[in-house]
Design a protein. Structure first.
Length: 241
C-alpha cells in the first residue's frame, strides 16, 4: 500500500519487496483511491524513464534540471533525514577552453561527470548536471562530515586527474597564459572545481518539512560562491536550520 504522493522509485521498491504482491493499493490521506496493477506499474516506470532520458544532459548523461528539482523537493519534504546539497563549478574553465578548444573542454566535463556518477553509487547520494560546468551533488541521511569527505575527495581527484589534459610545460609551471575578459594576457592557475555545500540536519520536532525552500538554498549558493572560489580548499560549508 502506498500513498498517491509516493515517488515512483519508492512504489517500485515496495512492490518488489513482496514476491507475493498482486499490485499496489493506492491511498490518499489514508483513504483508498485505486489499485496499481503490475502492468500499470510497468507503464509508469517506462514513462518516468522516458521523461528522465529527455531531461538527461546529452554530454554528461547526468540528470538535468527537472530531476534535480524533483530530488530536492522530495528531500526537503522528508525532515526525518538530513539533507546535504553541494553546488559545484569549475574555476578557470574559460581560459582552458580558449587555449585548448571546446573539444578538450568537453573532455573536462565528461571526466568530472564520471567522477560524479561514482559518487552517486553510494546509498542516498544523487548527482545532477545543471549545464555547462555547473553540477549538483546531494545526499539524504549522510552526516555533515561524511558528505564533506566525499566532496573533498571528489574535488581533490578532479584537480589531480584534470592536470593530464595540460601540456607538460604548463603542468610544471602550474599555470597557463591566456587572455582575460578584457583581452589582456595573464597567468591562470590550472583547473580545479569549487563548491558550496549546505547541510540541513534531520528534525525531531515533528515538522513536516525542512526549514528551507529551494529558492533560499539557491540564494545561499549565490551568496557564498565567490568565497568558495577564493578559498584554498575550494569548499565552503554552511549548516542551515
Amino acid at each position: 500500500m502506498c500513498d498517491i504522493s509516493t515517488h515512483i522509485d519508492r512504489i517500485v521498491e515496495a512492490f518488489s519487496g513482496d514476491s507475493a504482491a498482486d499490485g499496489i493499493l493506492m491511498t490518499e490521506d489514508g483513504r483508498y483511491v485505486g489499485f496499481l496493477s503490475p502492468r500499470a506499474l510497468l507503464k509508469l516506470v517506462n514513462d518516468y524513464n522516458l521523461a528522465g532520458a529527455r531531461d538527461q544532459n546529452p554530454l554528461s548523461r547526468l540528470p538535468g534540471n527537472q530531476r534535480i528539482q524533483e530530488w530536492l523537493d522530495r528531500a526537503l519534504d522528508n525532515p526525518a533525514e538530513s539533507v546535504s546539497i553541494a553546488f559545484i563549478d569549475f574555476d578557470f574553465f574559460k581560459p582552458f577552453n580558449d587555449t585548448y578548444g571546446f573539444r578538450q573542454g568537453d573532455r573536462v566535463i565528461t571526466l568530472f561527470a564520471d567522477m560524479m556518477r561514482h559518487a552517486q553509487n553510494m546509498s542516498g547520494f544523487f548527482a545532477g548536471h545543471i549545464g555547462g560546468d555547473d553540477f549538483v551533488l546531494g545526499a539524504q541521511g549522510a552526516s555533515q562530515d561524511d558528505m564533506a569527505d566525499v566532496l573533498n575527495q571528489l574535488l581533490g581527484k578532479f584537480r589531480t586527474d584534470v592536470s593530464s589534459l595540460y601540456e607538460p610545460e604548463s603542468r610544471l609551471r602550474g599555470h597557463i597564459i591566456a587572455k582575460d575578459r578584457d583581452g589582456k594576457e595573464r597567468q591562470f592557475p590550472l583547473l580545479r572545481a569549487s563548491a558550496v555545500m549546505l547541510y540541513l540536519p534531520a528534525r525531531s520536532d515533528g515538522a513536516s518539512t525542512h526549514p528551507a525552500t529551494a529558492e533560499e538554498i539557491a540564494a545561499r549558493f549565490a551568496a557564498r560562491k565567490s568565497e568558495a572560489k577564493g578559498s584554498l580548499s575550494g569548499v565552503v560549508i554552511e549548516r542551515m536550520g
